[in-house]
Design a protein around this ligand. Structure first.
Ligand code: B12
Length: 358
């Protein structure tokens, strides 16, 4: 084994000790996928996520994220919890996307990454410094993962490993060492080979309920249920309501139907599953700050904030004809500090005609 191979296998060993997948090692520099990101922004496919307009220089070249950064170690945390497309689509009560049922991955991956970073000095036999990120820095994480050569970007825009699938949250350990990486060749995403790739498969596109993936490899966030239920602030247009029968928060459909996820293994991080799959809609609709913190504190659901979750729960109650909807509305309306979005959603419920066929 050469020295490079030894270093690589030691890095993989340390990463696996943290029960993370080691997708590979990538040299940092100008991101060749940045023009795709720019095009996506120029075409207004980012919907209301204006935070994506910030820090373009760093997204283009993430070396500026710290001092002397040269290399990224790409890690993945499996969050699969047994959901299946057929079961999910038949559900009578809405669920929460799988990644959001776990304790917030930003913190979990960060802690694991910091421990990996600390252990790297022994591997390189010199001090290693750097920075750990997971959805917490302006870096194109999927592009980096794909450049590791251990997987590819699917038509659903997710990073997919040909053997373990896409139910992985990504993290990067950025270090100030040049790892003469044993670079694997990139996988051709449009052909289907042993190494991965979509070929002619269009399952994610066909099954996306809202047409957000009508164009392969280009998600239109203006149509994505994940966007509406997690990122959007304010009212949700009625045309998207019927899908709140299936998902209260996030959406996994484009991944659940992907053939590469047929063999997904259950997450080894069971101890950090914090939230039930099926949501108790009434409890969410009437929750106060204390209930909210108790039920969802420290989980990715807090991204939507308390009012966003109440909005989602009211919509789900409305489209599932929940027997306690009026009770919930009465209780919320009695509150002295009625949030604008929640009040607006109640007004939408009172005047709505929703197509409920799913
Ligand atoms: C904004 C955002 C969203 C938005 C927009 C998603 C999107 N597809 O752009 C919304 C809110 C909709 C969203 C939803 C979800 N998200 Co999100 N999100 C992000 C975030 C913060 C930025 C992504 C971004 O820059 N989008 C803009 C597009 C243009 O960039 P991109 O998706 O990275 O695409 C690149 C590649 O696909 C490549 N590319 C583009 N076209 C082509 C074509 C070919 C042929 C090839 C080879 C490559 C290629 O270039 C693009 C630009 O670099 C990242 C974290 C991060 N910093 O990267 C997480 C991230 C992408 N999200 C993640 C997750 C888990 C989700 C959800 C599954 C959550 C859920 N269950 O609801 C869904 C999945 C929906 C989907 N199909 O994408 C994970 C994805 C992990 C993975 N295995 O891919 C990330 C990486 C967070 C993390 N650290 O794990 N998300």
């Amino acid at each position: 084994m050469s020295k490079d191979e030894f270093i690589r296998s030691e890095i993989e060993r340390i990463v696996r000790q943290e029960q993370l997948e080691c997708f590979g090692i990538v040299r940092l520099g100008e991101d060749p996928d940045f023009p795709r990101f720019q095009e996506w922004m120029d075409q207004n496919l980012f919907a209301g996520m204006s935070f994506l307009k910030n820090h373009q220089a760093l997204r283009k070249d993430p070396r500026g994220l710290g001092e002397n950064l040269k290399t990224a170690i790409i890690v993945g945390m499996n969050y699969y919890q047994g959901d299946r497309a057929q079961g999910v689509l038949k559900l009578q009560s809405p669920i929460i996307a799988q990644y959001a049922r776990l304790k917030d991955y930003h913190g979990v991956i960060k802690k694991k990454g910091e421990r990996i970073l600390a252990a790297l000095s022994d591997v390189f036999e010199k001090p290693v410094t750097g920075r750990v990120t997971s959805d917490s820095a302006p870096i194109l994480e999927r592009s980096h993962a794909a450049r590791s050569g251990s997987g590819f970007i699917g038509k659903n825009t997710c990073f997919i490993h040909p053997k373990t699938g896409s139910f992985f949250l990504l993290g990067e350990i950025l270090i100030d060492i040049d790892v003469p990486s044993i670079v694997k060749p990139a996988v051709n995403a449009s052909e289907r080979t042993e190494a991965g790739g979509c070929g002619t498969c269009r399952r994610c596109q066909v099954n996306c309920p809202t047409g957000a993936l009508d164009k392969a490899w280009k998600l239109d966030a203006n149509k994505c249920l994940s966007y509406w239920s997690i990122e959007h602030r304010g009212l949700i247009p009625i045309e998207y309501w019927k899908w709140f029968k299936i998902y209260l928060f996030g959406c996994d459909i484009c991944q659940l139907v992907c053939p590469y996820n047929r063999g997904s293994e259950f997450t080894p991080h069971k101890e950090i599953i914090k939230v039930d799959a099926v949501a108790d809609l009434y409890r969410i609709a009437v929750m106060d700050q204390k209930d909210y913190e108790l039920m969802f504190g420290g989980t990715p659901l807090t991204r939507a904030k308390k009012e966003g979750l109440i909005r989602n729960a009211l919509i789900s109650m409305s489209v599932t004809n929940h027997p306690r909807l009026q009770d919930a509305i009465a209780q919320i309306s009695a509150s002295q500090t009625l949030d604008q979005t929640v009040a607006g959603t109640i007004a939408q419920i009172r005047s709505r005609t929703v197509d409920q066929s799913v």
